[in-house]
Unconditional design. Structure first.
Length: 603
């Protein structure tokens, strides 16, 4: 009787298990049918979005695309979307590069216009000074003054035929010496004593003529100019002024040229295309921008996570223009230092504003040392003789040009230059920092919560990899082995190196010799921003990167597909997983059933 009960119990238990298995299989088959229906509905849902970007989708339910694994996009559609995402990436990089170029060009124009206007104001002040204070010297000194300022402006306008500024300043003081000695140093008493033998009528006639109309004999003026270096009539003022003027104008000229050439580098970067991008970048751009829609997600809700976006963008930018970043960084640092020098008290603005005062100081020095200077001149050139010259008379009779009187200097462009300085500091690593700007767009989530991770909706748990550690990038790892060597990139790199060397020259000229030697040694050692072959390497950065030599820093795993905050995709991967789960559950129940029978038999 007990055996019969046991048999009945086992039979009932077996029937129940079989019924349970059949119900589970039925439910899964029903779910698979519903899943197919949902896939059709979800693909219809995203069709409008794909139509808006001129992409035709061909939903496939028996297979999926190789990259997105979504039923809404076949391989052909994925290829079209990959081209589109790559072109969009290229367009956005060009846009940011163009904006940066605009800042450099605007700064160059503003600063050049400012210093040119300062030079015109300073020229007017100098002419006005000579017309009012050194009135007798004014007509003869006018042309040398105009030539001096004309040369300064030619340099600031970067004209290739500009005269040597040092020689022009030197020539100015040599030409000024006979004029200053005649009208400001040589005493009237000596002239009167020279002509004491003349008749009273002749004296009366000469006294009625202004002394301005008489000039030294040409031989005597030649003697004065040839003995200029020996006599040093203006002391060391010309030497100091020449040094200040040449250094300040040279620094300003280099600064303006560097701004123009830096803008040209950015133009060259704009002309680069996506040929440098490797397939892993192109696939990552596709996954980030379009794979969510290929899996049936609404693109307005399935925005890529911020950290995910930054990793993808930084990885792709490293391939695209990353090799420019090290030399752009060094060039920007040098420009920053040069701008500080150019706008200092030794810079072009202060020197030009004080130019009229320095010229007056030189003449006053000659006047204060007049008696001693006269002795030296008489010893070197003898007693001067004056002649009445028709040419000189015509110079004095000429109507002088109208001199503009301005009491206030033009306002300095402090706000614009500060804006450029701040921008320069923020964009030293410009070409790779573009990623941060791109990912702040409204098309991307500003957090890493409940967003598109590249595979599913959820939280992005990977670390954001620093710019200098891109070989550990989980989305687009950087490798130098297959990196393309673009000739245009190499030309831009060479140009940046040349520009940095150009900018460093006026900076080094301001240093003592010991500092120059240390600076040269530093330049020769190379930068530590990038590693071997000029590509990102975090080993030089200590703890900044994620690599340590033992395999690198371990990142947290991507959130599991079946976690609570995961919204199941309606793509093919989910369909395949459903059938796998169906099979494994059936086997699991059968194993339990036979295990129970075996246990009962043993009893």
């Amino acid at each position: 009787m007990s055996g019969l009960k046991c048999f009945l119990f086992q039979s009932i238990y077996c029937v129940c298990l079989c019924f349970l298995i059949l119900m589970i299989n039925f439910n899964y088959l029903s779910d698979a049918k519903n899943l197919h229906s949902k896939e059709e509905k979800s693909c219809e849902h995203v069709k409008h979005y794909f139509d808006s970007i001129n992409v035709t989708i061909n939903p496939v339910y028996d297979s999926t695309g190789k990259i997105c694994s979504g039923h809404c996009c076949d391989d052909s559609t994925e290829y079209d979307l990959q081209l589109k995402s790559t072109k969009n990436f290229e367009r956005l990089v060009k846009h940011h590069t163009r904006s940066q170029r605009g800042i450099w060009e605007t700064t160059s124009n503003i600063f050049r216009d400012h210093v040119l206007e300062l030079s015109r104001q300073s020229e007017n002040k100098t002419l006005n000074l000579f017309a009012q204070v050194y009135r007798k010297m004014s007509p003869l000194s006018r042309e040398p003054i105009l030539e001096l300022y004309r040369t300064i402006r030619n340099h600031l306008q970067l004209k290739s035929n500009s005269d040597d500024l040092e020689l022009v300043v030197e020539k100015f003081f040599i030409q000024l010496f006979p004029v200053a000695y005649h009208h400001a140093v040589h005493s009237e008493a000596s002239l009167n004593s020279q002509e004491s033998s003349s008749s009273s009528n002749s004296k009366s006639k000469e006294s009625s003529n202004p002394i301005d109309n008489r000039d030294f004999h040409s031989d005597y003026k030649n003697c004065l100019t040839h003995t200029y270096y020996e006599l040093q009539p203006f002391g060391d003022i010309p030497k100091r002024l020449t040094q200040q003027l040449v250094q300040s104008v040279s620094a300003a000229t280099v600064f303006l040229r560097a701004l123009d050439k830096g803008a040209e580098v950015l133009i060259g970067a704009e002309e680069l295309n996506s040929e440098n991008l490797l397939q892993n970048c192109k696939s990552a751009l596709l996954k980030m921008n379009y794979c969510a829609s290929c899996k049936g997600h609404n693109h307005n809700h399935a925005k890529p996570c911020y950290g995910y976006c930054v990793n993808v963008m930084r990885g792709c930018l490293t391939q695209y223009v990353g090799s420019l970043d090290q030399d752009w960084y060094s060039f920007s640092e040098a420009i920053e230092r040069l701008l500080t020098l150019v706008r200092s008290k030794d810079g072009i603005e202060f020197v030009i504003k004080g130019l009229d005062g320095k010229l007056s100081e030189a003449i006053m020095y000659a006047m204060e040392n007049g008696p001693e200077l006269e002795k030296k001149v008489k010893k070197a050139c003898g007693t001067p003789t004056l002649i009445q010259g028709d040419k000189l008379q015509s110079v004095y009779e000429q109507k002088t040009h109208q001199i503009q009187h301005t009491s206030k200097w033009i306002s300095p462009p402090d706000t614009q230059m500060l804006h450029f300085l701040v921008t320069l500091d923020k964009t030293k690593g410009f070409f790779l920092k573009i990623a941060d700007s791109l990912c702040e767009d409204e098309d991307y989530q500003h957090t890493d919560k409940d967003c598109w991770t590249g595979d599913h909706m959820g939280d992005y748990t990977q670390s954001i990899i620093q710019i200098n550690s891109q070989k550990y990038n989980p989305e687009v790892p950087f490798t130098t082995m297959d990196y393309p060597r673009d000739s245009k990139l190499h030309m831009l790199i060479d140009k940046l190196i040349s520009l940095r060397n150009m900018v460093m020259k006026p900076l080094n000229s301001q240093k003592p010799d010991s500092d120059k030697m240390l600076s040269d040694m530093a330049e020769g050692s190379g930068g530590s921003y990038y590693g071997e072959n000029g590509y990102p390497d975090d080993d030089d950065y200590g703890d900044n990167g994620s690599g340590s030599g033992d395999g690198g820093k371990k990142s947290p795993p991507i959130i599991d597909v079946h976690s609570n905050n995961f919204t199941p995709s309606t793509g093919g991967s989910y369909s395949i997983n459903s059938h796998s789960l169906l099979t494994s559950s059936s086997i699991y129940l059968l194993v339990i059933y036979f295990s129970i029978i075996l246990i009962n038999r043993r009893h």
